[in-house]
Structure formats: structure tokens, C-alpha cells
Write a protein that binds this ligand. Structure first.
Ligand SMILES: C[S@@+](CC[C@H](N)C(=O)[O-])C[C@H]1O[C@@H](n2cnc3c(N)ncnc32)[C@H](O)[C@@H]1O
Length: 280
């Protein structure tokens, strides 16, 4: 791992970049522009193995998962997802042919057969919509550029990023992960995001014999809005989405009632004798 740092002529900038923050973003991108391959949006710095493990644990990678690493470097995250976490399929995408070559060599040693593929492509020109787990170690600016595509993915898709967040999209979880890679010590911040279902708009909710109109607003996983009960407005409280699972609180006859359900396109099926249909 230290060898990889030394090999990189922008090692100093990279180390500064790993500290995170606005300056880090700038240095990282600038170094990529000045590197041998001018098309790269960010230079290569590998994620330490202990951090890789924690990222995959947080994403709860398992046999049902298809994992993509966008900007996959030497392939370590994709290979670990399939080898150590038993993901069904892993795909790494990297624009730098040298990284793809290293990833193929590491794959040959890992013995995970054809469940892992490395693509020498640009992440901004490649369809990764089949993934339900994505890892990113890029830059804040690149995370933001990918964010609309990620938010259009299947609800429940898990995204793990390290060092750089998704700006005003709050993570479900954030933690510091310490590492010691043969004496190269440090700490990285790891973030977990879960793609929320899209619920913004008007819904007709049926609770037993009662009809309630919902006007929902959504900002990422946060849900706010108004419920109209017999035409009378009531503020929706504590609304949130975890993938396709929604919960919110509405006051009925002065008492707060929590509703939980599962969103499937224009239908919400409640866990407790209620459902809702999208009106607009
Ligand atoms: C910071 S490294 C992360 C490597 C790996 N994900 C890891 O965590 O160990 C970023 C990687 O993104 C690749 N990269 C930069 N711009 C890219 C682009 N537009 N499309 C695909 N890969 C890109 C670089 O070649 C580099 O390997």
C-alpha cells in the first residue's frame, strides 16, 4: 500500500487530500489533471484493507448483492465484496488501464472466478443501475455529480463512501475507521447512504373506513407534509424513508398515530390496516 503511494508522483497531495475538506477536493482533482492520464477525474489512492472491510460491513454485503465500485483502483473492494462477503456479483469500473491490469492480476490470485468483472470505462458513461451496493472513494464534487443517478436507483440500494460525503444528503451512518496497514496508520471517515423511494406528491390514504389526503414533501430520506382529515389539515411529523420503508406520524383526534408501510411505485402498503395510492 505504501508502495502505491510512493509510485504516485502526487503522493504528497494525495495524503493532504485524504485529510478531507474543501482543499482536499481541489488538490485531489488538480493532481488527477496533472497525472499521466489527463482524463482521470481523481488520482488513485487505495482504500486501506481495514477500511474496505468496514465499508462492506456497513453496507451489509451478502449473497443477494450486486456490488459496483466506481473508480475501482486495484480492485480490492470488489474482490473483498465477492470473496469475503459472498456478494453474488462484483463489478469494478476504472478509466485507468493500469489500474484495470492490477485489478485483473489481483482477481486471478483471489480465485473468485467469473463473479467479478473489471471494466476499463468512464463511470459517467457506464450504466451501473443493476447494482444494489455501490462503493465510492472519489471526491465531493464527483459524488455530487453522481448523486442524481444514484437517487434514481432501486430504493434500498446501499451506498458507502469514504472521506467524501454526499453533501446535504444526510448519511444513515457515519463513523471514523482507524487503520494500521503495515505501519501506515491513519483514520478515514466512512458514510452509509440508502436510496429512498420517491414519495413526493399527493396520496389518497385509506385507514379502515377513513379517507385521508396526504400532501407529501420529500428531501432525500426526510418526509414532511400535510394530512387532510375530513378536510382539516394536520402537520405530518417524524416522516422518514429507509429505502422503500416509510414511517410518519399523524395526529388523529388529538393523538399521535405512527404509520409504517412499504412503498412500491404509486402504492404504499401499510403494516397495520392502511394503504395509500398516489394521486399525482
Ligand atoms: C481514490 S481512487 C479509489 C480506488 C478504489 N476505489 C479504492 O478505494 O481503493 C479513485 C479511482 O478512480 C479512478 N477514476 C478517476 N476518474 C475516473 C472516471 N471518470 N471513471 C472511472 N474511473 C475513474 C482512478 O483511476 C482511481 O483508480
Amino acid at each position: 500500500m505504501q508502495t502505491a503511494f510512493i509510485r504516485n508522483s502526487f503522493a504528497v497531495l494525495a495524503v493532504v487530500a485524504l485529510a478531507g475538506g474543501a482543499f482536499a477536493d481541489e488538490s485531489f482533482a488538480q493532481a488527477a489533471n496533472e497525472s499521466d492520464n489527463p482524463k482521470l477525474d481523481v488520482i488513485y489512492v487505495p482504500t486501506p484493507h481495514q477500511v474496505v472491510k468496514r465499508m462492506l460491513e456497513l453496507a451489509k454485503v451478502g449473497p443477494d448483492d450486486i456490488h459496483y465500485d466506481l473508480g475501482s483502483g486495484d480492485g480490492r473492494i470488489v474482490i473483498a465484496a465477492v470473496k469475503d462477503f459472498k456478494a453474488r456479483k462484483g463489478v469494478g469500473i476504472d478509466l485507468d488501464p493500469q489500474r484495470i491490469k492490477e485489478a485483473q492480476e489481483n482477481l486471478a490470485k483471489a480465485g473468485v472466478g467469473d463473479r467479478v468483472t473489471f471494466l476499463n470505462r468512464n463511470i459517467f458513461e457506464t450504466d451501473f443501475s443493476e447494482a444494489n451496493v455501490i462503493s465510492l472513494y472519489l471526491l465531493s464534487t464527483l459524488n455530487l455529480k453522481l448523486r442524481p443517478t444514484i437517487l434514481d436507483m432501486k430504493p434500498g440500494t446501499r451506498i458507502v463512501t469514504q472521506s467524501f460525503s454526499m453533501a446535504d444528503w444526510d448519511p444513515e451512518h457515519k463513523e471514523q475507521v482507524d487503520f494500521d496497514d503495515n505501519g501506515y496508520k491513519g483514520s478515514r471517515t466512512v458514510y452509509l447512504y440508502i436510496v429512498p423511494a420517491k414519495v413526493e406528491g399527493k396520496w389518497s390514504m385509506t385507514v379502515g373506513a377513513q379517507e385521508i389526503a396526504l400532501d407529501l414533501k420529500q428531501q432525500f430520506q426526510r418526509v414532511t407534509g400535510t394530512a387532510f382529515i375530513g378536510g382539516k389539515p394536520s402537520v405530518i411529523k417524524d416522516g422518514r424513508l429507509n429505502g422503500a420503508n416509510i414511517e410518519f406520524v399523524v395526529e388523529l383526534d388529538g393523538k399521535p398515530v405512527t404509520y409504517e408501510g412499504k412503498v412500491d411505485g404509486g402504492t404504499i402498503t401499510g403494516t397495520n390496516n392502511w394503504n395509500a395510492k398516489k394521486a399525482s
